[in-house]
Design a protein around this ligand. Structure first.
Ligand code: ADP
Ligand code: MG
Length: 235
């Protein structure tokens, strides 16, 4: 699904250049649920944004669902983004003056889907995240966990191949964080590929595989089963 080879990214700041990603090799197959971990500033968001085609690498190759992602014009990039990717952010990024169901329907509007069908689909996904009763409420009337559920429904509505989540629990208390992760696990159980950036160990362990970024490279990449088995062996 995702195939990345020798990916490099630097940021130019005046005369200085900050080399953030220094040769990343990474593959994710359909149905995986991968945590991308690392300390603050380790390049997690940069990496996810490149996968999400919100940013471009300087060097290396990236193939998404068999399509090479390089030098795409903005129109094609936008089409691929819409078709392949759903985004979930720490700060939810909901539109404050639109109701929950209208927020979920937004990406469908950009796909040119007619209003009735849009609203039906949006309701379907709101039901899936357990918020059918909250459809007409504004984001300001929802709790943090509910807002993130709306954002997840919105990301699902365009039926993307991959969900990309950047610190989806970063603004939530731990109970709510676990609930949101359980929802993502349920979505993954239905076959959706999920990449989830987090710096929290317990959240990462709710994924199936953990990739560690440090100093611009991947320093470990193990299945959660393997990690747990190793821990068992040491006690
Ligand atoms: P993380 O998500 O792991 O905290 P980021 O990918 O956001 O890390 O950032 C990695 C490094 O790149 C940080 O040092 C950050 O300051 C820098 N950085 C990120 N985005 C930009 C940008 N647009 N311009 C310049 N520097 C950036
Ligand atoms: Mg980040």
């Amino acid at each position: 699904m995702i195939d990345i080879k020798d990916l490099h990214k630097s940021y130019q700041m005046g005369h200085n250049s900050l080399h953030v990603l220094k040769g990343i090799n990474f593959e994710a197959h359909e149905g995986e649920m991968v945590a991308i971990m690392g300390s603050s500033g380790s390049g997690k968001s940069t990496f996810l944004n490149i996968i999400g085609m919100l940013d471009e690498a300087d060097r290396g190759s990236y193939t998404l669902d068999g399509k090479p992602i390089k030098n795409l014009n903005e129109k094609i990039a936008a089409k691929y983004r819409n078709q392949f990717l759903g985004f979930i952010f720490q700060s939810f990024n909901l539109i404050s003056y639109k109701s929950a169901v209208e927020n979920v329907a937004m990406p469908l509007y950009y796909q040119g889907i007619k209003r009735n069908l849009r609203m039906d689909k949006a309701m379907h996904y709101l039901e899936k995240v357990g918020l059918a009763d909250w459809a007409e409420h504004l984001p300001s009337e929802l709790s943090g966990g509910q807002k993130q559920r709306v954002a997840i429904a919105r990301a699902m509505a365009s039926e993307p191949k991959v969900l990309l989540a950047d610190e989806p629990t970063g603004a939530l208390d731990s109970t709510t964080s676990y609930e949101v992760m359980e929802l993502m696990q349920a979505i993954n159980d239905e076959g959706k590929t999920i990449l989830c950036v987090t710096h929290e160990d317990d959240i990462a362990h709710m994924c199936k595989r953990i990739v560690h970024l440090k100093d611009g490279i991947i320093i470990s990449d193990d299945s959660v089963k393997q990690i747990k088995a190793k821990k068992q062996a040491h006690v």
